[in-house]
Design a protein around this ligand. Structure first.
Ligand SMILES: Nc1ncnc2c1ncn2[C@@H]1O[C@H](COP(=O)(O)OP(=O)(O)OP(=O)(O)O)[C@@H](O)[C@H]1O
Ligand SMILES: [Mg+2]
Length: 243
């Protein structure tokens, strides 16, 4: 599995005034793996993601995504790189005033030039992947929370990204629906061989989905290992994550 990393973050620092959020944070995501990142609320997970995709400038450190140094890219190169990264934001973030079809077409129209027929095909394929082929003409408000999350997942995957970043994919869902979403994430990863970075507080989710985990604590990659290594750690700071 330890091929070339698709993401390599080295010695990342980011402060806001006196608040040092990240101080020497390191992370590598290898091809085809599911890496879970856990960290308390406010520990800097979102800040790290924003630096990673070039939405925020790091104070120090280097970030390579698919071999490209983020800080050296021009805006159009950054846009191009972002099409290779799928995002599943917390709480789905579907466009409320658009149908499911329009939500899924949105990234396609923005980033690629497909014929109408090809667009329709890709939308249908994406809906089939998440098991919701009959929702195409519904509005988000007509869907349950779990269905909305599935549609958001379909949208995140529609450009067939090499990397997918999930921010709290199971938060707010009941345990059964959460499990369904996790299974879906695993199936999609198998089918498209994507590399996934999964941010979660959900210990069950981490156990099922992770090949490897990193704990973000005190601004650093405080601990790294597989679920079992970390869950059986004697370090009280690590143990606190698994309560
Ligand atoms: N643009 C900003 N300006 C000032 N401070 C910020 C900014 N963005 C984030 N912060 C601060 O950085 C810290 C880390 O925030 P971040 O959003 O990364 O936390 P998080 O780990 O994603 O938390 P959660 O699990 O709640 O999403 C917080 O103290 C936050 O207030
Ligand atoms: Mg966050």
């Amino acid at each position: 599995m330890k091929s070339n990393p698709v993401i390599a973050i080295n010695h990342l620092y980011k402060s806001f005034g006196k608040l040092e959020v990240l101080k020497d944070f390191n992370l590598k995501l290898f091809e085809g793996e599911n890496l879970v990142l856990m960290g308390k609320s406010g520990s800097g997970k979102s800040v790290m993601i924003k630096c990673l995709v070039g939405l925020m400038e790091a104070d120090k450190g280097d970030i390579k995504v698919l071999g490209k140094d983020i800080s050296k890219l021009k805006q159009n190169e950054l846009d191009e790189l972002r099409t290779k990264i799928g995002f599943l934001f917390q709480g789905s973030a579907l466009y409320d005033s658009m149908t499911v079809r329009q939500n899924l077409e949105f990234p396609l129209r923005r980033h690629s030039h497909n014929t109408e027929k090809k667009t329709e095909e890709l939308v249908k394929e994406a809906l089939a992947n998440v098991g919701l082929p009959d929702t195409i003409d519904l509005m988000p408000a007509e869907l349950s929370g779990g269905m909305q999350r599935r549609i958001a997942l379909a949208r995140a995957l529609i450009l067939k990204p090499k990397i997918i970043i999930y921010d709290e994919p199971t938060t707010g869902l009941d345990p059964i629906t959460a499990k369904e979403i996790i299974l879906l994430m695993m199936n999609i990863q198998k089918k498209y061989a994507t590399s996934s970075l999964i941010i979660t507080h959900d210990v069950d989710c981490a156990r099922v989905i992770s090949n490897r985990m990193i704990l973000l604590l005190e601004g650093k990659d405080y601990a790294e290992g597989n679920f079992k290594d970390l869950a059986t750690s004697k370090d009280p700071k690590i143990k606190a994550f698994f309560k």
